[in-house]
Design a protein around this ligand. Structure first.
Ligand code: HEM
Length: 524
């Protein structure tokens, strides 16, 4: 609960200045007060900052800290060696000022000050950024409790531990919370489903969600199986060390394109290749005029495919089955196009982890190969659920449109509210030995939405949960059936550009035909 709450003068100018202070000065200057922590973070060899965004971010932090230290040392030196009294006095005055501001920002960004302002305890500094300290949230839960203040790439965040508590906040403050703004929203006519609100959101979501029902996806399972098989058949099984990441990336993109648009190695292969190139070029995080051009080309390709009389069974065919006129609905087609741009990385990240957990837990090869088809499905689903629990938690973020109250704290407008999925999925009260990879926990009991929720909580939960689960289960089963796989080279986890910890990008494996598969081929 909040302690005493200091009176806040909320005139627009005061608010603007306070925000600027919080966003820039507090973050930057507070680095100075924690140089050892900066160095420790940059040295952390458990998590390689392997991707440019985070490397750039870490370097920026390091530079700011070093620059601050240079200024302080320079002033000290000037003060000590200067023989001119007024220069010494000036250096000392600046030094005292810098020290004062650093001390103030440290205090201002800390728990006591936050609570005095009616905010949850925590820390509002760049160094507290969970993007570069994987355990930041868990440490904060242990230190501050289930609701605490932190930041997300310099934006102030209130984090909530516990799916039930998070669900309550999302539900109770629904009218005051927006989805995170997205650059691709402005590129889609009428808006992209992930960023829309109210009736617009309901309308677009209800046009898309019939594509992802269990019955449609069960019908399309053979399409996914054939696509996964075709990709796996192209993997080198001679035992030459290979990096799984690019292989998995190609497999996922091909599978999504075939499932969505029907194009495959056997049907319109040139269009498949073109779609694949375009999807690799488009970047939904940086929507520029060039991206608009690529998006237009993708829309044109999809429309051509949708008008082909012999289009094979796929989601596009399902979309136009009820009304062929839907191809003329530009906003709808652009939404479909962006379903892949925004989910390809999540699927790819998940498949990467699935392969890693399979290779690291070789008993599961036999388990997935040896079972009956029904048992194999149950086991594969459990394997996928456990992988999602431990390794692929998406960020559940909302922005406050106006101040909201959470646990008695007043969260200002334009702050982020985050539900901590990864940490909640490691709650020992729900998951015994939470850090262990034990898919059987999903076989022996079922978990409710408020205990385990990798696909989101409220009316904005994933529309393609069935797709993701089915495709992942097909992948792990086919992978285990087809290959024996061993790690030949590995490294520490990496923080991926997609905000997930990922297996090291230099992780290499050797693949050979599975003993059982060789036996089956011999018998045939
Ligand atoms: C690894 C697989 C995936 C995971 C773990 C995942 C997880 C999630 C989560 C947690 C949300 C809720 C986000 C929020 O509340 O802010 C979400 C939303 C969404 N997901 Fe997925 N997703 C996956 C794959 C996919 C795929 C393959 C698609 C589409 C082809 C997809 C489409 C969507 C859409 C459209 C939404 C927004 C729904 C709305 O706002 O109404 N997801 N997903």
């Amino acid at each position: 609960m909040a302690t005493s709450s200091a009176p806040i003068i909320e005139t627009p100018t005061v608010v603007r200045i306070r925000r600027r202070l919080e966003a820039r000065m507090v973050h930057n200057l507070s680095l100075l007060s924690r140089p050892t922590r900066t160095l420790r973070m940059l040295r952390d060899d458990d998590l390689v900052i392997g991707f440019p965004l985070y490397r750039g971010y870490a370097l920026q932090i390091a530079k700011q800290t070093v620059a601050g230290l240079v200024v302080v040392i320079g002033l000290l030196a000037l003060g000590i060696i200067s023989s001119t009294t007024w220069l010494t006095a000036l250096a000392m005055a600046i030094l005292v000022l810098v020290a004062g501001v650093v001390a103030w920002t440290r205090w201002h960004s800390g728990s006591t000050s936050l609570q005095r302002r009616g905010l949850p305890p925590g820390e509002l500094t760049t160094l507290a950024c969970p993007m570069i300290d994987r355990d930041h949230h868990q440490t904060s839960v242990d230190k501050h409790g289930s609701t605490f203040t932190t930041n997300h790439l310099r934006k102030p965040v209130v984090s909530i531990y516990g799916l039930k508590r998070g669900n309550d906040v999302f539900r109770d403050s629904q009218a005051d919370l927006s989805p995170m703004p997205r650059p691709d929203n402005h590129m889609v006519e009428g808006g992209f489903v992930r960023a829309l609100e109210g009736d617009d959101h309901r309308r677009v979501r209800s046009s898309l969600s019939p594509l992802f029902t269990s019955s449609v996806l069960e019908r399309l399972r053979p399409v996914v199986e054939a696509s996964v098989d075709a990709s796996l058949a192209s993997w080198d099984e001679s035992g030459t060390p290979a990096r799984p990441r690019p292989l998995v990336d190609d497999l996922v993109l091909n599978m999504l394109l075939t499932l969505f648009y029907g194009a495959s190695a056997h049907y319109e292969p040139k269009r498949l290749a073109r779609l694949s190139i375009l999807y690799r070029q488009i970047d939904h995080l940086y929507m520029t005029p060039e991206m608009r051009d690529i998006q237009d080309q993708l829309v044109a390709e999809v429309r051509v495919l949708g008008r082909l009389p012999d289009l094979p069974d796929c989601l596009l065919r399902e979309l136009i089955a009820r009304s062929p006129g839907r191809l003329d609905d530009l906003g709808l087609v652009e939404n479909v196009v962006h379903l892949i741009t925004t989910s390809h990385a999540d699927m790819w990240g998940l498949f990467d982890w699935i392969m890693k957990f399979l290779v690291d837990n070789p008993a599961w090869f036999d388990r997935l190969r040896g079972s009956s088809p029904e048992q194999a499905r149950i086991d594969a689903d459990a394997f996928v659920c456990e992988t999602l629990r431990l390794a692929q938690s998406e960020l559940l973020l909302r922005v406050t449109k106006r101040p909201i109250e959470v646990d008695g704290y007043r969260i200002p407008a334009r702050w982020i509210v985050r539900v901590l999925v990864r940490e909640s999925h490691r709650d020992p009260a729900v998951f015994e030995d939470p850090l262990e990879f034990r898919p059987d926990r999903f076989v022996s009991r079922s978990y409710g939405r408020l205990e385990y929720s990798p696909f989101g909580l409220d009316g904005r939960s994933c529309i393609a949960e069935s797709l993701a689960r089915m495709a992942s289960a097909v992948f792990v089963t086919r992978l285990a059936e087809r290959f024996d796989i061993e790690t030949v080279e590995d490294g520490p986890l990496q923080l991926s550009i997609h905000r997930h910890a990922a297996p090291n990008s230099n992780w290499k494996v050797s693949l050979s035909p599975a003993a059982a598969a060789v036996e089956r081929a011999g018998l045939a």
